[in-house]
Write a new protein. Structure first.
Lengths: 399, 359
């Protein structure tokens, strides 16, 4: 057993921190804060939706590209640096600590899947655009009747001469803002459900797609997307026909190392502690406050242990099926608890919305709480992940 | 070396040979006898000495094998899995403290004896003060007076390593147990590890390890070993439960197929997985001189909770069978809680974390 970071990784973390000192500017954070949409405001007529990418974030991502960080894990032949999984882990940790959004879906999952299964032409045309951010993907997986049981999806793709015709409905994907769709559709309704799915890649601007914004109780306005006789060229089919489930699983597996680093949790604890120190010093001597924050600090160690276990396994070429599920279950539950704790400790002040000038952390605390359930069901609901831990990890019978 | 959570070849050898030996020589029936005997099994101890276990972390120049604390942890994990009650952990803790902070003469006198089988009981706690409570025992370098409680194997160990003040400076005194100035009273706790309340009344001192850092090292390593014990008992309880729910049939199918059961097992496994990482990482860091009491308190808080959860969910999922004295799960429930209270209980551990929350 070895637990020490190598010199290379220590140096890399310092490089990333130096980079962030320069490029993660107050203007960037201001833009990120302003670009968030209150999902509830949809009720009040808010029309803009999705995550917009403003000039500051674009400049930041350009600097990331120039520093080689965006796709450093890609093989050299595809423009990357072949850096190991712990580099990606370190970068994700540092970015998450500051709350800077990362497009893991496009660069990590879809990009790597294209690299592995795409044609030479697709690799040549698309990979540079994915890195530059000119090509971003909306995930067309979830449907109103296919969430955690994703393989039961019903959106159809039928062949008509040289074209594919898509009909159906997706929900929660980013079709309102991404340039391209990465869509799972049923191509063989008679095959067993996992074996009749194919993946399609196409510009979101093709005719027949209607995106309808949907308000949420969190900090995002999401959307549902309707596909009404959307006609795609034959080469919109990615990879082989009816192999979609395989590509989807592969895309999900590739970014395991990024999920729920401790910093996602620790930044919440630190922000709460800092707020109390600066604005509510009377709480520092409150026994309940100290005890509950101590418990949160201890939980953070669990987050670190699980994230590290997961990352080290990926680093050593071991697929952490069980550990990845554990990280996600624990991390999302812990985040919910600390988001709830922040309001419990600060009281009505903590629940002030961002339109109140005196709202702590710009109103983020009540927003965090409103949004905290999402992580417990998105990307595989936690009870299904617990089943994965029990069956695929510990060997219990599926029943 | 790159990070890796898998056992090294040496560690696998330690694990497998310990498992083989304990499977053969220390069946649960014998563990039950040892528990009620109130003292270690001398025959088993001499076999452990013959296997070289008592020299594992001791430098070769002092008759040991010079292995690291992680290697030691791998062996202790097996001892816990087999519910072995022996003065091994306490003696190795004393040896490691002497090796790190004792002067050359003390090491040369003490370590070869321990490698050859002498047992040594660290004695730190006074009253109910916990490991960080005030030390009132005093020594002038020749004799020692004071009283200690919850000294594991205090009534039978050949030597005691006693935290005391000498001219106001804390340190650790080496004291032979079998002398007129040392008397003890038996205490028995939940894990049935024989404990003692020990009184030192002008006891002869044969060695002195001076300095607060020596006492701190003993505290932190003690906590680290106790944390590893918590992990080991939690892991064993989880393993037993995972096996049991696959064979126990109710309502026509193995109970392990029920989603509620799977959820309980999965949550216990999350705690155990985190505990394994934290327990071994801490030993790794201690081996490299990183002595961090606050971190030890965090780790202890995690593993104490994990072992209570893993063992008690184990009982709930086993039902009546697991509650029977003849079923071995109860060993781990009791020993796990005992370990959670040793070298800093959860109140003290969480309290240390709470004290450091704000600058």
């Amino acid at each position: 057993m070895e637990f020490g970071w190598t010199e290379e990784h220590v140096t890399f973390r310092q490089q990333v921190r130096d980079f962030l000192d320069t490029h993660a500017t107050p203007a960037l954070f201001a833009e990120l804060y302003e670009s968030e949409r209150d999902g509830l405001a949809r009720e009040a007529g808010e029309e803009e939706f999705g995550h917009s990418c403003g000039p500051e974030l674009r400049a930041f991502r350009k600097a990331m590209n120039e520093a080689g960080y965006t796709n450093m894990g890609w093989p050299v032949e595809y423009g990357g640096q072949g850096k190991d999984a712990l580099h990606a882990f370190i970068l994700a940790e540092e970015l998450w600590y500051l709350g800077i959004p990362q497009d893991h879906l496009s660069v990590g999952s879809v990009g790597r899947t294209i690299m592995r299964f795409g044609t030479e032409e697709q690799k040549r045309d698309w990979l540079p655009q994915i890195v530059s951010g000119d090509m971003t993907f909306a995930l067309g997986y979830t449907e109103p009747n296919a969430g955690t049981d994703l393989a039961s999806l019903q959106t159809r793709a039928t062949r008509d001469g040289d074209e594919w015709v898509i009909n159906g409905q997706k929900i929660y994907g980013g079709f309102g803002s991404a340039t391209h769709g990465w869509l799972a559709a049923r191509t063989d309704p008679d095959a067993p459900k996992h074996q009749g799915i194919s993946v399609f890649i196409f510009p979101t601007s093709v005719p027949g797609i209607t995106v309808r914004p949907m308000g949420t109780m969190g900090r995002i306005i999401t959307s549902e997307t309707f596909f009404d006789n959307v006609r795609l060229p034959a080469d919109a089919l990615f990879g082989e026909l009816n192999r979609g489930w395989y590509y989807m699983s592969n895309a999900l597996d590739l970014e395991r190392v990024m999920i729920e680093p401790q910093s996602l949790y620790q930044r919440r604890v630190d922000a709460l502690v800092n707020h109390i120190e600066e604005h509510r010093p009377e709480l520092k001597d409150d026994l309940v406050v100290r005890t509950r924050l101590a418990e949160a600090t201890v939980d953070s160690e669990v987050s670190r242990a699980l994230a590290m276990t997961n990352a080290i396994m990926v680093q050593n070429g071991i697929t952490p099926t069980m550990e990845g599920a554990m990280v996600k279950v624990w991390g999302s539950e812990a985040r919910y608890r600390v988001d709830s704790l922040a309001l419990d400790l600060l009281g009505p002040e903590g629940a002030l919305r961002r339109e109140n000038e005196e709202a702590p952390l710009g109103g983020k605390l009540e927003e965090n709480y409103r949004g905290s359930s999402v992580h417990r069901f998105a990307g595989g609901t936690n009870d299904v992940l617990r089943r994965i831990v029990a069956t695929r990890g510990l060997g219990l019978p599926r029943g | 070396m790159a990070m890796d959570l898998r056992l090294s070849d040496l560690q696998e050898l330690i694990r497998d040979s310990a498992d083989d030996f304990l499977e053969r020589e220390a069946p649960a029936s014998r563990m039950r006898q040892i528990e009620w005997a109130g003292e270690p099994d001398e025959e088993l101890w001499s076999q452990m000495v013959e296997l070289g276990w008592t020299g594992l972390p001791i430098a070769e120049e002092h008759g040991g094998q010079g292995a690291g604390l992680v290697d030691l942890g791998v062996l202790i994990e097996q001892l816990c899995r087999h519910a072995l009650l022996s003065p091994y952990q306490q003696t190795m803790l004393a040896a490691a403290a002497a090796q790190r902070h004792g002067d050359e003469a003390l090491q040369a006198s003490l370590l070869p004896r321990i490698a050859a089988g002498a047992t040594c009981a660290p004695a730190l706690v006074e009253g109910n003060g916990g490991p960080y409570g005030a030390i009132a025992a005093t020594t002038d370098g020749a004799t020692l007076s004071g009283s200690k409680r919850y000294v594991d194997f205090g009534a039978t160990s050949d030597l005691h390593l006693v935290a005391a003040l000498r001219d106001g400076e804390p340190g650790l005194a080496v004291v032979a147990r079998d002398q007129a100035g040392v008397s003890s009273e038996a205490l028995t706790g939940i894990g049935l590890t024989p404990q003692a309340a020990v009184t030192y009344d002008g006891a002869a001192v044969e060695g002195w390890i001076g300095g607060a850092e020596a006492v701190d090292y003993l505290r932190v390593l003690g906590s680290a070993i106790a944390s590893l014990e918590c992990y080991a008992h939690a892991q064993k309880a989880l393993d037993m439960t995972v096996s049991y729910v696959q064979v126990r049939v109710a309502f026509g199918r193995p109970i392990g197929t029920f989603e509620a059961v799977q959820g309980r097992v999965a949550d216990a496994a999350v705690g155990v997985t985190a505990s394994r990482f934290l327990a071994y990482e801490q030993l790794y860091k201690l081996d490299r001189g990183e002595v961090d009491a606050l971190h030890a308190a965090k780790v202890k808080s995690v593993v104490a909770r994990s072992v209570a959860d893993a063992t008690n969910w184990g009982h709930v999922l086993h039902g009546g069978v697991g509650f029977m004295a003849e079923y071995d799960l109860q060993f781990h429930t009791r020993r796990g809680k005992e370990a959670a209270l040793r070298w800093g209980d959860p109140r003290e551990s969480l309290g240390a974390v709470a004290a450091a929350v704000f600058n």
